[in-house]
Ligand binder design. Sequence first.
Ligand SMILES: Cc1cc2nc3c(=O)[nH]c(=O)nc-3n(C[C@H](O)[C@H](O)[C@H](O)COP(=O)(O)OP(=O)(O)OC[C@H]3O[C@@H](n4cnc5c(N)ncnc54)[C@H](O)[C@@H]3O)c2cc1C
Length: 422
Amino acid sequence: MLTTTDLPVVVVGAGLAGLACAARLQAQRIPVVVLEAADAVGGRIRTDVVDGFTIDRGFQVLNTAYPALRTGVDLERLDLRRLPRGVRIRRQGELHDVRHPLASPGAVFGDIATSVVGLRSKVALARYVASCVVARPPTVKGRTDIEARLAWAQLPDDVVADVLTSFFAGVVLEPEITTSRVFTDLMMRMFVHGSSAVPSAGMQALPEEIARQLPAGAIRLGTPVARVVEGGVVLTDGTVVEARGVVVAADPWTAHELLPELGAPPEARAVTTYYFAAAPWADVDPLLTLDADGSGVVNSVVLTASAPEYATDGRALIATSVLHVGGRPVLEAAAAQAAARELHEAPNGDWELVATRDVPHALPAMTAPHPLRKPVEVIADRLWVAGDHRDTSSIQGALVSGRRTATHVATALGSTTSGRTR
Ligand SMILES: Cc1cc2nc3c(=O)[nH]c(=O)nc-3n(C[C@H](O)[C@H](O)[C@H](O)COP(=O)(O)OP(=O)(O)OC[C@H]3O[C@@H](n4cnc5c(N)ncnc54)[C@H](O)[C@@H]3O)c2cc1C
């Protein structure tokens, strides 16, 4: 007869948080089973191949400076393709390259913003970036957490509107930047210290790399969990899966349904990415391109300029993203295409819409003040929660959350042998 200690820990959800949690538990020789509703691992990091094009389910990148990528992920195996550091910004109809984020404090007053803003603004921007980069992470984390747009109130208007808002709107997926300034400050550090990159096979290679660390059979795909009960979970087909403990690592909105004790779910930030294919043109610029002129495109990039593997027929693959207003993308595909052509200075010619990826639940909002660490224990022992909504809405946050939860699980299971008491 099975005793409680023979049972596995059940992790609900094979996104980054669930996988990172399971891999950490496995490494500590705690048997684990991951129950995933979808047909593959990855959660919000999935990749499809469409007509030979690599299509991520919404444009996203990892940052090579994320501390959580230093352990538990074999970056070599991801065969990363780095986007060039910096951005290109359209302002008053002209394109400006911001090519040199600061690599060191000594470069603070260097070539940060070329001509996109004037000299006074350039110095103010450099000071702001330096305040994020020079300070140690605990200092940044200890700052009074207010909305980033309020924290930027002392900066010149053009720095805020043309540079910071243009850039961060595509990171936090909201144009007002009511997001936590601690988060945006921490992200600024990452952008300065690291590079944005995609695996040559698409972003899903990241969760797959973590899944690889689990034994065969530890992940059950197509297995949606309907309820969490005492001693396990119930699947939507009524099957009961007994568990020594349960970690709910579903997306934030499902997690809040499965665990009503978490309270109200966070607001969802939404984005749509249109993927266009076009004959490559001369002088294709690989920089992430932003639009301070308000076309509605939040950012656009010629992915194949950095990751040629994203297309197999030699054409350029362009990822053009737009935010949502009133539950709909602010631009339909045709308008996004027209705006993207201008942003990339692409000549007239056939652009084909290869794929559209609408992601209404892309990020849980991090409206200030945002606690960087929310509790992972849920009411009773033997029940935990993990996911980006417990830390920060990012790859970094999801990985940290999963591992942090695993540590709590291992400690609790190491110290008790009785069944879950919930
Ligand atoms: C379009 C887009 C762009 C982004 N851009 C970036 C970026 O550039 N940089 C960055 O750092 N981050 C970015 N992110 C954020 C990052 O991808 C997420 O923060 C992270 O992937 C969240 O991982 P998670 O494990 O917490 O949740 P999820 O990935 O949502 O994983 C939850 C898993 O639980 C499963 N599940 C749900 N319900 C059930 C159920 N009832 N039973 C079983 N399984 C269930 C889901 O299918 C899913 O696999 C972006 C996200 C999106 C969507």
